[in-house]
Design a protein around this ligand. Structure first.
Ligand SMILES: Nc1nc2c(ncn2[C@@H]2O[C@H](COP(=O)(O)OP(=O)(O)OP(=O)(O)O)[C@@H](O)[C@H]2O)c(=O)[nH]1
Ligand SMILES: [Mg+2]
Length: 629
């Protein structure tokens, strides 16, 4: 039986034998609540979902102190949720009943859109009028939510991958200025296309997609299918969408024409119509023909998982290099798909120019345009590759310097949202952006650190991994990922509170293999143990002998981890006995200030006799002082 999170008592899908469907009120959809969390400037670090609600619409759940496992429903709420849940044997509620509230709301939005599309009101409006329209549209969401019986469920309806944790930061995370900036740019629900002009110019917010998810359950357990769809929901929410509903179809193989099969695609179409969704997100990488086939049936935009991940990367990339890498990955994804779009362009041209069956002549304009687009894309990709290659040397030089001075490097890697940046902040006061969202970090941050006995090393935060990370991204981010392969030690951070930590470990190791990082020694850092199930932590400890058990939130286990790092990084390996004349005192200072381990130090008549372990670079410099007795 599927569970909601690890609560164990809440069923969240219809009991049709071959279909797993997430009812909207209990499901990953946040409904209007999501909007509250997305408004610019309304985010608060301590209460993520929703971040701001009018007092009367705030349910007791929102105000109650964080439960032992934040984000999971209390027993009472779970029972309530259970009571509202249709019994496994009862027929599923008709989609009309089920989604009527949302459908009505979207109807209103559609009416407004229609009105605005017909004239230039939006452009002629004064700022006050614009504000009034914004208020009107936004206020529509709030009463709807306040009167929603299922309101309380919306909160724990949030996607599992990012729902079970609140948005608290530890003092080690710094003031997180980047986070406010990112939130301000996040898409906002409730702003219809009526406001597109003003939103883009004045609010710099994109229109939020209202999405329905669709996945296939081809192998593994039901829990795997559930986790996969929840991760997709988390991805969609991170991209700024509002997840309304989800559907999983049990099927041996994807349908080559429509991915889901035409029957299930029809069902999806009904859900889309009932919820007023404008986008379907499919939990796979679709062939162009499948995308078109499905779009033809559901009549709204269909987006696949790869596009979604690329979209998040595009939103989060900050550095010039990161932006170029993401654009390259997007173009790489686009190029082979141009053919699909080209086909439809040809069909359009056929209709307009020569009528049906006009054959070759009618395809001409379309084909030419595709060729032109392809060429432009290839040229742009070549330019991006050159730019990325040109940016590489700066980082390469830094890395080469570190290598020459033999400064050991420790890479923090792991699944997205595992707590990598939080760990870097804990270990070094880096103040790196920490966010309860997927792929918060795209640009690697390197910080210096020191072992308790004074050996320096670097710690690098890295981009998070995800199950089946699009190959285009691995390629584009190869130079960034090479940092991991080049490290002396990997801290592989694992979210021990996730429902499937083993799956995440396997997915991360698959990427390690691709970038040739499996040879690097690895400590499995079981993080978030403050909220993890102790049995799961124990199970993981058994499976992974080289482990550390920590909570970057409470600081548990951090001291032990530091000791482990200190033992694991390469220590200076050359033993020298030196006699340093008294007029060369600066050399003694140098030994103290470098990664040397002074084993003994005696003052003799002709100078200071030192037995020392040093790295190779320094050993060469000290050659003239070597004295063996
Ligand atoms: N309860 C709890 N939450 C944690 C802990 N460590 C991190 N978090 C939370 O987990 C979320 C993700 O943390 P990040 O440090 O941004 O994770 P990341 O691995 O860098 O994520 P990406 O950069 O998105 O791949 C944040 O909301 C953190 O506050 C922990 O030990 N306990
Ligand atoms: Mg991060």
């Amino acid at each position: 039986m599927a569970q909601f999170g690890r609560n164990g008592s809440v069923r969240w899908f219809h009991a049709e034998p071959d279909t797993l469907k997430i009812p909207s009120r209990l499901s990953i959809r946040c409904g209007p609540l999501t909007f509250c969390g997305r408004s610019a400037g309304t985010g608060s670090a301590s209460s993520p979902w929703p971040r701001t609600l009018p007092a009367e619409s705030t349910t007791p759940h929102h105000n109650s102190p964080a439960p032992t496992r934040p984000g999971l429903p209390s027993t009472q709420e779970a029972l309530l949720a259970d009571a509202r849940q249709p019994s496994a044997n009862s027929a599923p509620p008709s989609s009309k009943q089920h989604y009527s509230g949302i459908a009505e709301q979207s109807k209103e939005t559609m009416t407004t859109q229609k009105h605005s599309g017909s004239d230039s009101d939006a452009q002629d409006m004064s700022p006050e009028q614009i504000q009034a329209v914004i208020d009107r549209i936004l206020s529509k969401d709030v009463p709807a939510q306040a009167s929603d019986d299922n309101d309380a469920n919306g909160v724990f309806g949030k996607a599992q991958a990012i729902s079970t944790l609140d948005q608290e930061h530890s003092i080690f995370d710094g003031d997180q200025e980047d986070l406010a900036e990112r939130r301000a740019l996040r898409r906002t629900a409730g702003l219809s296309t009526e406001l597109e002009d003003v939103t883009e110019v004045e609010y710099r917010q994109l229109r939020l997609e209202r999405v329905v998810l669709a996945g296939l359950w081809t192998e593994g357990t039901l829990a795997d299918a559930e986790n996969s769809l929840r991760e997709l929901a988390a991805l969609a929410e991170t991209a700024g969408s509002e997840v309304l509903d989800g559907l999983v179809q049990r099927r041996q193989k994807p349908d080559p024409g429509t991915f889901l099969g035409s029957g299930k695609a029809q069902e999806l179409k009904d859900i889309v119509a009932a919820t007023g969704a404008d986008t379907v997100v499919v939990d796979t990488e679709l062939a162009p023909s499948q995308r078109r086939g499905l779009e033809d049936i559901v009549k709204v935009k269909v987006v696949d998982r790869t596009t979604l991940i690329l979209d998040i990367f595009a939103q989060h990339a900050k550095s010039r290099e990161g932006k170029a890498q993401v654009e390259l990955a997007q173009l790489e994804y686009l190029l082979p798909r141009l053919r699909g779009w080209g086909d439809s362009m040809s069909r359009q041209a056929g209709g307009q120019v020569g009528g049906a069956g006009a054959g070759m002549g009618s395809r001409g304009p379309g084909e030419t345009k595709i060729e032109l687009d392809r060429r432009r894309i290839r040229t742009r990709m070549a330019k991006l590759r050159r730019e990325i290659a040109a940016m590489k040397p700066a980082r390469e030089t830094k890395r080469a310097n570190r290598r020459r001075n033999a400064v050991p490097s420790v890479a923090i890697a792991g699944y997205t949202n595992a707590g990598k940046s939080s760990l870097l902040n804990r270990l070094t006061d880096a103040g790196v952006l920490v966010e309860n969202a997927l792929f918060a970090t795209l640009d690697p941050t390197v910080r210096k650190a020191q072992t308790p006995d004074g050996i320096g090393y670097t710690l690098a935060d890295t981009v998070g991994f995800v199950r089946s990370l699009p190959t285009q991204l691995i390629e584009a981010f190869r130079s960034t990922l090479e940092e991991v392969a080049d490290a002396d030690l990997i801290l592989h951070v694992v979210d021990a509170s996730h429902p499937d930590p083993e799956g995440q470990i396997a997915a991360v190791r698959a990427v390690f293999t691709e970038v040739d990082a499996r040879k690097v020694p690895e400590i499995i850092v079981l993080n978030k143990v403050d909220v993890a199930d102790p049995f799961v932590v124990e199970r993981l400890k058994q499976k992974e002998p080289r482990h550390a058990v920590v909570s970057t939130r409470t600081g548990q286990g951090i001291a032990e981890l530091l000791e482990d790092i200190s033992r694991s990084i390469p220590r200076p390996g050359v033993r020298l006995e030196l006699l340093i004349p008294y007029d060369r005192g600066e050399m003694i200072n140098k030994l103290h200030n470098s990664d040397s381990e002074i084993l003994s130090l005696e003052h003799e008549e002709n100078g200071t006799r030192v037995v020392v372990m040093v790295r190779e670079g320094l050993a060469a410099e000290l050659e003239s002082f070597v004295s063996n007795g």
